[in-house]
Design a binder for this molecule. Structure first.
Ligand SMILES: [Zn+2]
Ligand SMILES: [Zn+2]
Length: 160
């Protein structure tokens, strides 16, 4: 196995924040002795730290590409470990990504450039895009290039 990737085990089950109910992004450090870290999607309120608990029905799931509150598909692809130089960080992304209707157009076409153009537009007023759009584009494209090439099935997200 590639030493850069960590196997996805039972520990990868989805978690949500106990305070705001948003599904959390989990980042698995390459060193298994280090704890998994959790982050809110950028649309969640920023007045508290993520409080991870196992996911319950009614959790607020968002598009893993643009954070749209109404994702419709889960895409199954490859687990990706990426080094993010700008964040001095190494992250392992889950192999299942939720996508909203608009992002799904680009995922279906495996269109990496189209996806970043779309994201720069819909996330134009977020701090991270305002501060450094070129860095964001580079970060997205390095990850999306792998994920968009790797996905092999999609499933409709059940509606509550
Ligand atoms: Zn929260
Ligand atoms: Zn989206």
């Amino acid at each position: 196995m590639d030493p850069e990737t960590t196997p996805l085990g039972a520990g990868a089950s989805p978690v949500m924040c106990n305070v705001c109910g948003y599904v959390l992004n989990s980042y698995h450090p390459a060193d298994p002795r280090e704890p998994v870290r959790y982050e809110h999607p950028h649309v969640a309120p920023d007045d508290h730290q993520p409080d991870p608990v196992p996911m319950l029905p009614g959790a607020r799931e968002v598009c893993d590409f643009c954070a749209d509150p109404d994702p419709v598909w889960w895409y199954y692809g490859k687990e990706i470990t990426a080094i993010i130089p700008a964040l001095a960080d190494k992250r392992t992304y889950s192999p299942i990504w939720a996508a909203c209707r608009r992002c799904a157009v680009h995922v279906d076409r495996r269109d990496v450039k189209g996806m970043s153009r779309h994201l720069l537009r819909v996330m134009a007023d977020t701090e991270m895009v305002r501060d450094n759009p070129a860095m964001m584009r580079e970060m997205w494209e390095s990850i999306h290039e792998v994920f968009l090439a790797s996905w092999y099935k999609r499933e409709r997200i059940p509606t509550a």
